[in-house]
Design a protein around this ligand. Structure first.
Ligand SMILES: [Zn+2]
Length: 173
């Protein structure tokens, strides 16, 4: 990892949807999400387009519901396990929204967001876990990570991802 928090040897697609973390913030949480666009469709690049503000909002009816949304995550892991980094870890990505973890609000300030290509309704792929687990190890070595949590756990009632199929037990190995 370089000094800005870009991982080496993975694809980088810089997103404009990021900014500075508050002064003196330590990166201590990792948030797991799922996303696919349109939901349940895995063969296009719409998520990449969303995170880089290039999505054609008129290309699918679902996109009307998210028109104008400006979001990002540090990492996106595709169904085939390919990781893409959009935001360097030192910067704040816009993935968690209104959220609270152990009494601390605005989890974007102090977290790293990882999006798995998927839905709440389907298992994630072996290839995704094969990428995710070493990625988590690398991040834990670089930052004082205290927990890995789900988006639903920090935004209950508002978010449901990564959903019931995400296998938390695999992270304990
Ligand atoms: Zn999410």
């Amino acid at each position: 990892m370089d000094s800005q928090g870009w991982l080496k040897q993975i694809r980088h697609l810089p997103s404009p949807n990021c900014d500075l973390r508050p002064e003196g913030t330590s990166i201590r949480l990792i948030v797991i999400h799922n996303i696919s666009l349109p939901p349940g469709i895995f063969d296009g690049d719409a998520v990449i387009d969303l995170f880089t503000n290039r999505l054609d909002w008129d290309a699918h009816p679902y996109y009307q519901t998210i028109r104008g949304l400006r979001v990002s995550a540090h990492f996106f892991i595709r169904r085939d396990g390919q990781p893409i980094q959009f935001v360097p870890c030192e910067l704040r990505a816009w993935h968690a929204g209104a959220s609270i973890w152990q009494g601390h609000e605005r989890c974007n300030d102090f977290s790293i967001g990882i999006e798995l290509e998927g839905t709440d309704d389907l298992p994630f792929t072996e290839a995704q876990y094969d990428t995710l687990i070493p990625l988590l190890r690398t991040l834990r070595q670089a930052y004082p990570i205290e927990a890995v949590t789900g988006h639903a756990d920090i935004a209950p009632g508002r978010k449901t991802d990564p959903g019931p199929h995400f296998d938390w037990h695999r992270l304990q190995a």
